[in-house]
Design a protein around this ligand. Structure first.
Ligand SMILES: NC(=O)c1ccc[n+]([C@@H]2O[C@H](COP(=O)([O-])OP(=O)(O)OC[C@H]3O[C@@H](n4cnc5c(N)ncnc54)[C@H](OP(=O)(O)O)[C@@H]3O)[C@@H](O)[C@H]2O)c1
Length: 234
């Protein structure tokens, strides 16, 4: 085969592959937008909430021990407050003492529930998680609900002191480690124990990949977040 023909065929091959990748990415983004609009917006929530059973919303949870990670803001805070309002004993797992104490005091005041406790743990660190779970197991109480809510989207490729890419460390490794180490304590509440991991519709924008720590040189934090959230449900 002549050199020119070979180069032309090679170029055609790469153009076809690039076009296929662009089309796949466009399809993913469109599917995510439509699915997200129908399922994850406020209007979608209100629509779905019509099917909520009123009696489910009235449930009280005295005597149930619940851990909520990343409980000082956003979804984690609302979850912890909701559980405290229903009479559960709630452990807020936060990485920052000041923000954690502020959330603790606000939740206690707003719900009147004093069985709300603060635990400081940076979930990007396997060592801190080990030390938190070991502390928690000394309480000798069953764990009924573990809410893996803490999550981040770090745009830059940051490495933790333990050597892991930061998004992966919190969203994947931290979630997996705390869940694994809590299993014996969850088993004490069997068959009532629940583990809830807060993933994201953003996962629909990315397929599963083996490159868990995004070693690729053109790091993209949004893509890494989507990959992490995909791993959480796989
Ligand atoms: N908001 C959305 O639209 C949305 C949609 C889908 C899924 N989600 C998921 O929902 C979860 C909560 O998100 P949000 O929107 O409520 O965000 P947020 O308000 O930023 O809350 C994230 C929480 O995680 C904590 N956190 C982050 N890194 C941590 C670490 N290394 N150790 C311990 N705690 C850490 C944060 O603590 P600091 O305050 O100390 O940073 C904060 O309390 C996340 O998993 C997110 O991926 C959110």
């Amino acid at each position: 085969m002549k050199n020119g023909t070979f180069q032309f065929q090679l170029q055609l091959h790469f153009s076809t592959v690039t076009l296929a990748m662009v089309l796949l990415q466009t399809w993913r983004q469109t599917a995510f937008s439509v699915f997200g609009y129908l399922n994850f917006t406020k209007a979608a929530f209100l629509d779905h909430s019509r099917n909520f059973k009123p009696e489910d919303m009235e449930i009280q949870m005295p005597g149930k021990n619940c851990i909520v990670t990343g409980a000082n803001s956003g979804i984690g805070y609302a979850t912890a407050e909701g559980l405290a309002k229903r009479g559960a004993t709630v452990y807020l797992v936060c990485r920052n003492k000041e923000r954690g104490e502020a959330a603790l005091s606000e939740i206690q005041t707003r719900t009147g529930n004093q069985n709300v406790h603060l635990e400081i743990c940076d979930l990007s660190s396997v060592n801190e998680i080990k030390s938190f779970t070991s502390r928690f197991s000394k309480r000798n109480v069953p764990l009924h609900v573990l809410v893996n809510n803490a999550g981040i989207l770090e745009q830059n490729r940051v490495t933790t002191p333990e050597g892991f890419e930061l998004n992966f460390a919190v969203n994947v490794l931290g979630t997996y480690t705390i869940t694994e180490l809590m299993v014996p304590i969850l088993e004490k509440a069997s068959p009532d124990a629940r583990v809830i991991t807060v993933s994201s519709g953003g996962m629909y924008t990315s397929p599963l990949t083996k490159d868990l720590q995004y070693s690729d040189s053109n790091f993209n934090g949004v893509k890494q977040y989507a990959r992490n959230k995909r791993v959480q449900v796989s």
